[in-house]
Design a protein around this ligand. Sequence first.
Ligand SMILES: C[S@@+](CC[C@H](N)C(=O)[O-])C[C@H]1O[C@@H](n2cnc3c(N)ncnc32)[C@H](O)[C@@H]1O
Length: 254
Amino acid sequence: MTSWIEHPLCGPHDTMPTAFWGPERLDSAAFVDLVSLLSPDVEIAAILVALKDIKQVVDVGGGTGLITQAIAKGAEVTLIDPDPAQRALVPGGIVVADGRAEAVPLPDQATEAAIATWVLQYCDDPRKAIDELARIARHRVVIVQAAPGNDLVELYNREAAVAGLPAAHHGWLLAEAATRLEAAGFTVTLQRLAIPVRAPAGGAEELANTLARLHFAGHPKLADMIAVTTPLIGRTLAIGSGLSDDGVLLSARR
Ligand SMILES: C[S@@+](CC[C@H](N)C(=O)[O-])C[C@H]1O[C@@H](n2cnc3c(N)ncnc32)[C@H](O)[C@@H]1O
């Protein structure tokens, strides 16, 4: 692959930014609400395949341990996350530490594998975070970010427009990650993951509320964001097609 930015899973190409738009913010309570609507089975199964035969993993930005606990059934896992509210929800039996992806508190080549799922958009410097994953992992790096057509990114972008902020583009993050990991000696592949979002009991307005709080809790224009996204979500639910939080799994091996 000569240019990862042209890869179909790094699209859409007509809206590719020239620089990082973030960091985005994440509200822990809203994240817990959103996670209850997601079905992570496909994502977890693909991550376990990417980590086959690996016995030591560091989960950077592991959050509440949703993915980590599945990996911990077959490997020794350390979860690193800067948010004490997220770390407090990690189930027992997993080593948990405070830290940021841009400066992982571990020595070079400290682990067989490092993973970071849905994390790079929250980093002050995602390029530094990618380089840190390559620095600490001897054999594998796994990253998950949103796929082209992911509805939750589209809804984030509608909210960001209300706030006067630039649009997110996870393909930019994936292309940066693939390029930098390849330069660090890894062989990189990308794979699409189907991740449906269940409609909450409160319908479109409840989901619009959860997403706006997730991304922009406390923002003075929160109600305007919800007013913009509620009808968009409502139309998708009305035609019977659920929303997608589809991802791309980047698997890097050396
Ligand atoms: C959307 S959650 C994903 C959690 C988990 N990886 C998963 O897939 O379920 C994003 C996580 O990134 C963490 N985070 C935010 N900024 C970070 C940073 N600079 N370095 C590492 N993690 C960060 C948040 O605290 C949160 O737990």
